[in-house]
Design a protein around this ligand. Structure first.
Ligand code: SAH
Ligand code: MG
Length: 194
């Protein structure tokens, strides 16, 4: 029997960026406290976070999108081992290209940081009226607050993109966003009531 902690540890060893424990705790609390039942996740990796979310309660359904075929296969296998095939629907494809239907209480953005704004704009239409969009890795290991820590050009560009996403959230007229210093930096965006 595979344990969820083995999946997590094994992924970390291979530098697959699964959610940090503190960020995970934060989202699991959110799911419980807000009675979240349907979740859309962008970026499954090996299915670790999707399995954790689905394990909160047996009436939760997760749709999760992964573009890397090897990771998708691995996630599918993990989901089967946890007998969660009927509650976790994993889709192979680029989240900016695939067509997803349904409506979701929670949308979790945890894929390519350079595309965060595009993911947000595309998927907000699938959010229930009082739902929320949670984004992970806004701190990018502290680099967003301290860009001088990196000399690497690609990393610097990514830091710039995350900063612009944060500005996009702060200036958004449709959604109000709270930022939390948990895990690797998390935001929670909710529609402004009208
Ligand atoms: N949510 C996972 C970790 C995801 S890591 C967990 O915490 O367990 C980010 C994943 O997003 C990687 O596996 C990467 O292949 C995937 N990804 C990146 N860009 C994507 C895109 N445009 N569409 C779908 N998946 C994407
Ligand atoms: Mg993450």
């Amino acid at each position: 029997m595979v344990h969820i902690l083995n999946i997590e540890e094994d992924a970390r060893k291979r530098n697959i960026p699964v959610m940090l424990d503190d960020g995970m705790e934060f989202i699991l609390e959110y799911i419980k406290n807000n009675n979240v039942k349907s979740i859309l996740e962008i970026g499954s990796a090996v299915g670790y976070s999707a399995i954790r979310f689905a394990s909160v309660s047996d009436d939760i359904k997760v749709t999760t999108i992964e573009k890397n075929k090897d990771l998708y296969d691995e996630a599918l296998n993990n989901i089967s081992n946890f007998k969660l095939n009927d509650r976790i629907n994993i889709i192979l494809g680029d989240a900016l290209e695939v067509e997803i239907t349904g409506s979701y209480d929670l949308i979790f953005i945890d894929a390519a940081k350079s595309q965060y704004t595009k993911f947000f704009e595309k998927y907000k239409t699938l959010l229930v009226h009082d739902g929320c969009i949670i984004t992970d890795n806004l701190a990018f290991h502290g680099l967003v607050d301290n860009p001088s820590l990196t000399k690497n050009r690609n990393t610097r560009q990514l830091v710039g993109k995350i900063s612009r996403y944060i500005e996009f959230l702060k200036n958004n007229k449709e959604f109000k966003t709270e930022f939390y210093n948990r895990g690797d930096g998390i935001s929670v965006s909710k529609r402004i009531a009208d």
